[in-house]
Design a binder for this molecule. Structure first.
Ligand code: C5P
Length: 258
């Protein structure tokens, strides 16, 4: 990957094993938000979404390597944010890498930038800035326990309808087996890397549409994907209304912490 910039904040024993790698994807344009800047660099409570995520990830006691995947023109700004956002006393290496046109390309660039010692890879959307550290730990623990891909999931609470282009409802969909899926999504690193390599070479075949999450990439490659309970705080910023909701969630979180 050309233009990759690394900011090694800690050195690590290359013989150490069993370390987490987090790929923080923040290279989207965020057009649906209409903020005039990439979504991951929008501020929430005085800090960008990327800064919120850096703080959370670097607070994880296990330590590991965090790759932040950003639009190329924001790589230097991201490196400057790293120092201020990193949790004190952590054991994390951090690097910054330019992203791709599609989300799955950004993930692949991030996975390719992980050091060899990483055995569990977590992929997280910067668009979910309030995701608690406990969710990262829950997902990573289940990957280690099972050797499968693991995704956070919440039950669907609304009634679901299948609707035609003419706005006419065709049927009510049984919601019992359906879940809404979040990030971080966790994988044995080799499983994720191999699945993204196959997607990149076009050898996964099948579905015509682009995968919208990494679990789908791994599943298309034949991997097993299981769920753990998700978190309401992992809400994703997509439209301006989500920003209002996230501000309220942040205020409630800060109140609880006092
Ligand atoms: O656009 P969407 O909300 O689905 O993006 C989810 C996450 O993927 C965001 O954090 C966004 O920055 C990231 N992304 C990326 N590279 C892209 C597209 C999206 O890193 N080309």
């Amino acid at each position: 990957m050309t233009g990759a910039r690394d900011n090694q904040t800690n050195s690590r024993d290359p013989h150490e094993v069993s370390r987490i790698g987090v790929v923080l994807v923040a290279a989207g344009r965020g057009e649906r938000l209409g903020a005039g800047k990439p979504k991951a660099f929008v501020e929430l409570g005085g800090r960008t979404l990327v800064e919120h995520c850096i703080s959370t990830v670097t607070s994880l006691p296990a330590g590991g390597h965090l790759v932040i995947v950003v639009p190329e023109q924001l790589a230097d700004e991201t490196l400057r944010e790293v120092a201020g956002a990193t949790a004190p006393g952590g054991n994390w290496e951090i690097s910054v890498t330019p992203g791709g046109r599609e989300r799955h390309e950004s993930v692949k660039f991030g996975v390719d930038a992980l050091p060899e010692y990483v055995d569990v890879a977590l992929v997280h959307d910067a668009a979910r800035p309030l995701t608690p550290a406990t969710l990262f730990e829950r997902v990573a623990a289940e990957v280690r326990r099972t050797g499968n891909a693991v995704i956070p999931a919440l039950p669907v609470v609304d009634t679901l309808k299948r609707v035609g282009d003419d706005s006419i409802v065709h049927e009510t969909v049984d919601r019992a087996p359906l879940v809404a899926v979040q990030t971080p999504q966790g994988f044995p690193r080799e499983l994720l890397a191999a699945a993204h390599d196959r997607l990149g070479t076009g050898s996964l075949g099948g579905a015509a549409s682009q995968p919208t999450d990494d679990a789908e990439v791994v599943q298309r490659a034949g991997g097993t994907v299981r769920t753990v309970p998700g978190e309401a705080l992992a809400h994703k910023l997509t439209s301006p209304g989500d920003l209002t909701l996230l501000e309220a969630l942040l205020a409630a979180t800060n109140r609880d912490a006092r």
